[in-house]
Design a protein around this ligand. Structure first.
Ligand SMILES: NC(=O)c1ccc[n+]([C@@H]2O[C@H](COP(=O)([O-])OP(=O)(O)OC[C@H]3O[C@@H](n4cnc5c(N)ncnc54)[C@H](OP(=O)(O)O)[C@@H]3O)[C@@H](O)[C@H]2O)c1
Length: 668
């Protein structure tokens, strides 16, 4: 057991009271402080629970040096802000469920905890009770054979009250986030145990719901499909009573959990009912010696002590999977909160203004002729169509990118059918940082690659971005039927009108770029300031998409070295070749087609060897290679999660000598 932990409770509502009572029964915790938005409420709470220090603001609680761990018990939408601020204040964080209102914010909280070296746990108290551990043990022992169907319900009937957090969309109301999150977390735990994992994430989520007069899910159901032939059915609600239980059906029997969430009765023995096919049902008795919330505080203390979440309590990875499942469930029933919309992107997850260079990031910058701002060497892609909600994903990812010192974003007319430009433009506007970011706009993709379409699409791009200029405009493709001078003339017109600061071409042959610049020089016009062709350690052996061009061959590299024209390299990490590339695995057709060659596998082998020496990953070595060239390269990245963002940035910390770079590329 851990040494004693000094707790501070943040928020004085109903669950805060329950937790305060539970703490008094824990073996590891003592309540030393409480923080409320009002002094009166802090005092009242302090009186009732004999808390010595009573703070009239949450900030004061976080500044209290006597507090080691903070219990965040506000309504859901405020969890992210106070959990992040607590982590930044160096406090360990136990945060009420759901960790945040949506998955992208949850990623921000998990990163904040990691970055500040504090322990984070989502307060699913039932996960800390011995009943849940016993359940996992029974599944591991195959007490009911192989798990097939999990059925989990958590639902209650509250009287409608538009003001209450249960019904207010702005406070994340409805059943799914309030209690449906227990059902997803249980199904994921059992499906994981069934396949020998700490948890499993569903590969399919569908749902149906009744959205009530305030627009929140008054009751909802979901069907989940997991790897390992396991499925789950979940039911939740805030306006209907159900039998709040869990059934697990397997090939050789079933388990009934009469009190899965509160693990009742409150003290003494708890029972699970096990029925093996063809046998009498058996009671499995679990002794408990503390209250439910005392178990939670003690599991948390163990996590603080060991740095590991004691399974089956909620680890941050488990929480992220659960939050994603909840986003998918809400998406399946069409439930959107104000925080999910473009209009709702008013603030960062922490509620604080963006702080470029939040951590120790060593961003490097280059310059592009015509652009006054320095341009970050790592460039963020803006196509997030794979996300459950690209709007909220964009806010979390772009905020993090800025805080890591990035400032350059790659957009395109065709990304997301125009949605990507709108989402990105909205985010820039909401953050008020237009003067800090370098925006790459792209357009005139085949078959619209003519000067007329270029202008037409570009004007629409500016409209979608809600910007009056792009820092860098790149033609997305070339059209060899159009004399190069016509494109140069069209783009110079936009430069003169102030609508673009610099321009260039993506997937242009270097001969055509050369011709464009010779034309420009002969006419006293601006020429190409940049290109955007693929450049990576692995050589693209076949184009990934029609008309796309790489600049990784020796002639291109010699040309780039001579001209020093910046290249904004897309697929700079060869689309996962350095992670998934394996001559025996041909399951990813695109990867095989574009990157599989003997030479590339040798480059990958060398990247692995160097990665071992330098204590990093092969993909990080591949990214560092791109940034260590005798010509300017900016690497485009497309992380989907904040942990992918973090690892992409690690390339900045890897030093490669020119000899090492040449060796990686089989030149020595
Ligand atoms: N694990 C469990 O068993 C369990 C059970 C119930 C609820 N919960 C979770 O705990 C959280 C709080 O639920 P609750 O039922 O305790 O809520 P509650 O009774 O409404 O209390 C929430 C408290 O948060 C603070 N707060 C801060 N901003 C607020 C705002 N804009 N509106 C209302 N309150 C605000 C208030 O404390 P101050 O006035 O002191 O600042 C308030 O008393 C929810 O996320 C919920 O999911 C967990």
């Amino acid at each position: 057991m851990a040494d004693f932990i000094n707790w501070g409770i943040l928020g004085t509502g109903s669950i805060a009271r329950t937790f305060a009572k539970g703490l008094s029964d824990s073996r590891t915790g003592r309540l030393v402080a409480v923080g409320s938005r009002t002094r009166e409420s802090a005092d009242r709470f302090g009186e009732q629970f004999s808390v010595e220090k009573r703070h009239g603001s949450y900030e004061a609680l976080l500044a209290d040096p006597d507090v080691q761990a903070v219990y965040v018990s506000t309504p859901h939408p405020m969890h992210a802000e106070w959990a992040i601020k607590a982590a930044r204040a160096g406090k360990h964080v136990l945060c009420e469920k759901p960790l945040t209102i949506h998955y992208p914010e949850a990623m921000a909280v998990a990163e904040a905890a990691r970055e500040n070296g504090v322990f984070l746990m989502e307060a699913f108290m039932y996960r800390c009770h011995p009943q849940t551990a016993k359940l996992v043990e029974l599944i591991h022992e195959k007490a009911i054979g192989d798990v097939r169907i999990i059925s989990a319900n958590f639902s209650f009937q509250a009287g409608f009250n538009a003001e209450s957090r249960l019904f207010d969309p702005a406070l994340g109301g409805g059943g799914i986030l309030d209690v449906g999150c227990y059902c997803t977390s249980m199904a994921r735990l059992i499906a994981g145990a069934a396949t020998g994992q700490p948890f499993a994430d569903p590969v399919q989520v569908s749902g149906a719901a009744h959205l009530g007069e305030s627009g929140v899910d008054e009751y909802a159901v979901a069907s989940l499909k997991f790897p390992g032939e396991v499925v789950a059915q979940l039911a939740t609600g805030v306006r209907v009573n159900q039998e709040n239980s869990v059934w697990i059906y397997g090939t050789e029997g079933r388990i009934f959990v009469p009190s899965p969430w509160f693990c009742g009765p409150t003290d003494g023995a708890v029972k699970l009912i096990l029925q093996r096919n063809g046998e009498d049902q058996k009671e499995v008795v679990i002794e408990s010696d503390r209250s439910l919330y005392a178990y939670e505080a003690d599991a948390f203390a163990e996590g603080v002590r060991t740095g590991q979440t004691p399974h089956p309590a909620m680890s941050p990875e488990d929480t992220l999977g659960n939050m994603l499942a909840l986003d998918k469930w809400r998406s399946a029933i069409g439930l959107k909160y104000p925080q999910d919309t473009m209009e709702g992107q008013t603030h960062t997850a922490s509620g604080e203004r963006l702080k470029p260079h939040r951590g120790q990031e060593r961003m490097k910058y280059g310059s592009v002729q015509g652009v006054e701002k320095p341009v970050s060497k790592i460039v963020m892609g803006t196509m997030l169509e794979g996300a459950v909600n690209p709007v909220t994903a964009a806010s979390a990812l772009f905020d993090d990118f800025i805080e890591r010192g990035g400032n350059c974003f790659d957009t395109a007319y065709i990304y997301g059918g125009g949605n990507s430009e709108k989402i990105f433009g909205n985010w820039v506007e909401k953050r008020g940082i237009r003067d800090q970011v370098v925006v790459i706009a792209k357009g005139a993709h085949t078959p619209y690659c003519t000067p007329e379409w270029l202008t037409k699409q570009f004007m629409e791009t500016l409209d979608r971005l809600r910007m009056d200029f792009a820092d860098i405009y790149l033609m997305h493709r070339d059209n060899l039927e159009v004399p190069v001078g016509e494109f140069v003339e069209a783009m110079n017109e936009h430069v003169r009108a102030g609508r673009m600061k610099a321009f260039g071409g993506s997937n242009w042959s270097l001969e055509r770029v050369q011709a464009a610049n010779e034309y420009a020089e002969s006419k006293g016009l601006a020429g190409f300031s940049a290109i955007s062709n693929n450049f990576s350690l692995a050589r693209m052996v076949n184009p990934i998409w029609g008309g796309c061009i790489a600049a990784s061959d020796p002639e291109s590299r010699a040309w780039l070295t001579r001209t020093q024209l910046p290249n904004f390299s897309w697929s700079s990490q060869a689309r996962g070749f350095f992670v998934r590339g394996n001559p025996d695995d041909r399951s990813d057709g695109e990867l095989v087609h574009a990157w599989y060659s003997e030479e590339n596998f040798e480059r990958k082998r060398r990247a692995e060897e160097l990665a071992r020496k330098k204590g990093t990953q092969p993909i990080t070595i591949a990214a560092a290679y791109v940034l260590h060239q005798p010509f300017p390269v900016h690497a485009l990245i497309g992380p989907r999660t904040l942990s992918e963002m973090r690892t992409s940035f690690e390339a900045l910390d890897v030093e490669l000598s020119p000899e090492e770079a040449r060796w990686l590329n089989l030149e020595a």
